[in-house]
Design a protein around this ligand. Sequence first.
Ligand code: NAD
Length: 284
Amino acid sequence: MAQIIDGKTISQQIKEELKEEAGRLREAGIEACLAVVQVGTDPASTIYVRNKRRACEYIGIRSLLHELPENTSQEELLALIEQLNEDPKVHGILVQLPLPKQMDESVILKAIDPGKDVDGFHPINVGRLCIGEKSYLPCTPAGIIELLKRSGITVAGKECVVIGRSNIVGKPMSLLLLQENGTVTIAHSKTEHLKEVAKRADILVVAIGKPGFITREYVKEGAAVIDVGIHRNSQNKVCGDVDFEDVRQVAGAVTPVPGGVGPMTIAMLMRNCLEAAKETVEQR
Ligand code: NAD
């Protein structure tokens, strides 16, 4: 039976460490501050935004919430971002995705000052990640690396298979695994013989967006399986892309949903905010 990788406990440890760091920054006269922008009232976004604000409160990061109506124009949102870019008291800016259809997500993400881009989605930060320079790392993949490290799972030299090639999870995940010296394969919707490819993995990261897709036939015995998916099943229970009960019979380690990758994502966002605030101390 697989070891359960407990993201809830690990993220709590990280939050305790960050709380101390926020305290040290306050002593140095800096109150870390995250501005969160939500456009519209998508219920899932509202929950994510609430969780982020709670984490800020717990750690001691000031959070400013800008709630804009669904019919906000792109120009209005760009004007707000510009104002936040210019505000020296704001260290991190997060625009909650998805955005309403009248907005071009890529234009909005590029408008955020790369030095305040705590989601790590700005092309400058993506480029820096790609060439191995210091950057704000996208929170979900960064959280997965931290989960692996703190669970004693070594990446170096291992076969890593990432299923999914999205800009926010799959692609940056594969770059981070490569940075950790993994041998990385990216699989996606057009990959042939997915089961065989997935079965090569010592570390299998699943970010497909299909509930319960990965069963034991995709998993090599003893592999570490990281489930990024978040869904509600027909009984309204939260579940992932991995059939947890089936996969845990063969895997060496597996993340549960909820309580695996999700809480790590928020912890990494908090880490990025404190990094951004620390930069302002270093620039003094
Ligand atoms: P996405 O829809 O942008 O990307 C899905 C990827 O899966 C695509 O690259 C596609 O090629 C691949 N894919 C789809 N069907 C496939 C198939 N049959 N076989 C192989 N590959 C296939 O999704 P995303 O934004 O990367 O998110 C993936 C999942 O992770 C979603 O459930 C999302 O809700 C969840 N998510 C969780 C967190 C977290 O904090 N835990 C963060 C981001 C996303």
